[in-house]
Design a protein around this ligand. Structure first.
Ligand code: NAD
Ligand code: ZN
Length: 357
């Protein structure tokens, strides 16, 4: 069992606990006075059959309610939020009660948003069950939902009281979802930690075989990177933007592919495209690009793309991260060192997209 303490505005705010089962969950929740509260577990239709009973068993004797919604990004909208409000109102939840988000990033983002807004804010705990949510979305306090066709358009910064990770939930994760999480994991190495990046290559067999030690190490290092970046810039006024490496073009690819490809897969392609710009600026080499492509293939990314790049290009300029007409583009100044560049031109981006075709 590992533990990280996450600060918010320079004060200790919540712990991340990494375990290989749920047996420490109750002890952790007791620290939040859970015995005096109503608890609502929010989960989705894929995760609940797998892990709800195990979590409920740990909470035996407590005042537990459950809300389950249909799995999938397409349900990450205000309608689902509204149904959870109904459950909470019907069961007379008040401001001292607590929500547990049991699932991937969709469950965490929705449940976090409900927690941020119900009665102007009640406590919530993240129990992330996908690789992506364990290393990325459960940390840093971004919550929210999609609105119409805009992704994450409505939301709030709202910190959980605890993030409890059971690494063994990864055993049931479909391969495509594991690869999606690896997109963010590889990104962490690229933007922050060169040794970790190469470690991911050297230990790929163990990681892909589900070796618990290797997985736990990977999740922990990635969490430490995300934690450090968000602690330094909780509201994304500056450096937190480096977490968007690969995302500007990645989001556009995601949209042009109509969300058939996973988020992490698209981030991978976006990073590969961004490498082209770094190479032109003499910050990375062709060898670096070959290495990334190879690493992505080891982790089952599809690097053989067939896309309408003009459409991807158009989508790039509809991205909400565009500020005053200039995109904050994240580049690397060598492996492990990210920086924000505001001078990346449309031509650079189009050429970068074409470089991965
Ligand atoms: P997800 O929650 O949809 O999970 C992916 C799929 O795996 C779902 O079908 C889910 O039901 C299933 N699943 C979850 N855990 C499982 C398990 N242990 N075994 C088997 N199946 C399981 O998606 P995700 O990739 O976890 O998260 C993506 C979401 O996270 C997006 O909505 C994205 O916007 C959001 N996100 C948020 C942040 C943030 O900072 N808040 C950061 C990155 C991404
Ligand atoms: Zn991402």
């Amino acid at each position: 069992i590992d533990r990280l303490e996450v600060n918010f505005e320079n004060k200790p705010c919540y712990d991340i606990v990494i375990s290989d089962d749920f047996s420490n969950l109750r002890d952790e929740l007791v620290k939040l006075d859970i015995e005096k509260k109503k608890i609502c577990i929010v989960s989705d239709t894929n995760v609940a059959p797998l892990y709800l009973e195990a979590v409920k068993k740990e909470l035996e004797g407590l005042n537990v309610f459950v809300h389950i919604f249909d799995a999938g990004e397409r349900n990450k909208h205000l309608g689902t939020v509204s149904e959870i409000y109904d459950t909470l109102i019907y069961n007379k939840f008040d401001r001292k009660d607590i929500l547990l988000a049991l699932g991937g990033g969709v469950v965490g983002d929705i449940c976090g948003f409900v927690a941020a807004t119900y009665l102007r804010g009640i406590d919530f705990v993240q129990i992330p069950t996908t690789l992506l949510s364990q290393v990325d979305s459960s940390i840093g306090g971004k919550t929210g939902v999609d609105f119409k066709h805009y992704k994450n358009m409505v939301g709030a910064f709202y910190m959980p009281k605890l993030v409890y990770v059971n690494i063994n939930t990864l055993n049931t994760l479909p391969k495509i979802e594991f690869t999606s999480g690896m997109g963010e994991v590889i990104k962490h190495g690229l933007i922050f930690d060169k040794d970790y990046y190469y470690w991911l290559f050297d230990n790929s067999e163990k990681i892909l075989a589900g070796d618990p030690k290797a997985l736990a190490h990977m999740v922990l290092v990635s969490q430490k990177i995300k934690k450090q970046v968000v602690e330094n810039d909780p509201y994304e006024k500056g450096q937190r933007a480096i977490l968007n490496f690969g995302h500007t073009l990645g989001h556009a690819i995601e949209r042009e592919k109509e969300f058939v490809l996973s988020h992490g897969q698209c981030v991978g392609l976006g990073m590969l495209a961004a490498f082209d710009i770094c190479i032109k600026k003499n910050k990375l080499t062709e060898g670096d690009r070959d290495f990334l492509k190879n690493l992505m293939e080891v982790y089952s990314f599809d690097t053989d793309t067939n896309m309408d790049m003009e459409k991807v290009f158009e989508a790039t300029f509809n991205d909400k991260k565009m500020e005053a007409g200039k995109i904050k583009f994240i580049l690397l100044d060598g492996i492990g060192r990210a920086f924000i560049d505001r001078e990346v031109s449309k031509i650079d981006m189009l050429e970068a997209l074409n470089s991965i075709c």
